[in-house]
Write a protein that binds this ligand. Structure first.
Ligand code: SAH
Length: 199
């Protein structure tokens, strides 16, 4: 199951993952594995980042909602491939660290970050042609379905148990009826249901 989409591969090649990995783990930045980024969270495995990005089928004109900014690595790749990226993170410090890199160093003017519970999406900026979720809820949060534009695509890992998550592709129909496809068994951190965590 290699990644074929040239635009996805090009964006992956342009964004150095080491920028998003804690300093002491830099020598592992090129390994195809998730790595800890603090606060019990992980930067996703590059293969999964590429796979999810490819499944979004981005042409460059989309407004994308990302839930789980984390390190900001996936956000940076989306920023190269879409028109606007709106990314929500529940851990304030992670959002601030990502802002430093994405906005402070890389000057990605189409990246918009917010601290909050991504289960409610970002209603003020909806609808979105694409939604990508990088932490796993037990089922797809209803507000995300509501904020997906007609004909839009959402890629989301779903499963109550980390051992049995499925990466799902949800395609919104033009008249409110969506279709669901199972893409891949995956292992993500759980999507949290608390209010923002600041410690
Ligand atoms: N794409 C990120 C993945 C980080 S792991 C990367 O590759 O770096 C998942 C992220 O989702 C974590 O940063 C975690 O804090 C965040 N998260 C968990 N529950 C959340 C919620 N309810 N709303 C927003 N973000 C959440």
């Amino acid at each position: 199951m290699g990644i074929r989409d040239e635009r996805t591969l090009g964006a992956m090649a342009q964004i150095p993952r080491q920028l998003f990995v804690p300093e002491e783990l830099r020598e592992l930045a090129d390994a195809d594995r998730p790595l800890p980024i603090g606060f019990g969270q992980t930067i996703s495995q590059p293969y999964i980042v590429a796979f999810m990005t490819e499944e979004l089928r981005l042409s460059g004109r989309e407004r994308v909602l990302e839930i789980g900014t984390g390190s900001g690595y996936q956000t940076a790749i989306l920023a190269l491939l879409a028109q606007e990226v709106y990314s929500v993170e529940i851990v304030e410090q992670l959002s601030m660290q990502a802002a430093e890199i994405l906005l402070g160093s890389m000057h990605l003017g189409n990246v918009h970050l917010r601290v909050g519970d991504g289960r409610s999406g970002w209603s003020e900026r909806a609808p979105f042609e694409r939604i990508i979720v990088t932490a796993a809820p037990a089922s797809i949060p209803e507000p995300l379905v509501e904020q997906l534009a007609p004909g839009g695509r959402m890629v989301i890992p779903v499963g109550p148990d980390p051992a049995v998550q499925q990466l799902l592709l949800y395609c919104a129909g033009s008249e409110g009826v969506g279709t669901m496809t199972e893409l891949l068994p995956v292992r993500f951190v759980p999507l949290r249901g608390d209010s923002p965590i600041t410690t």
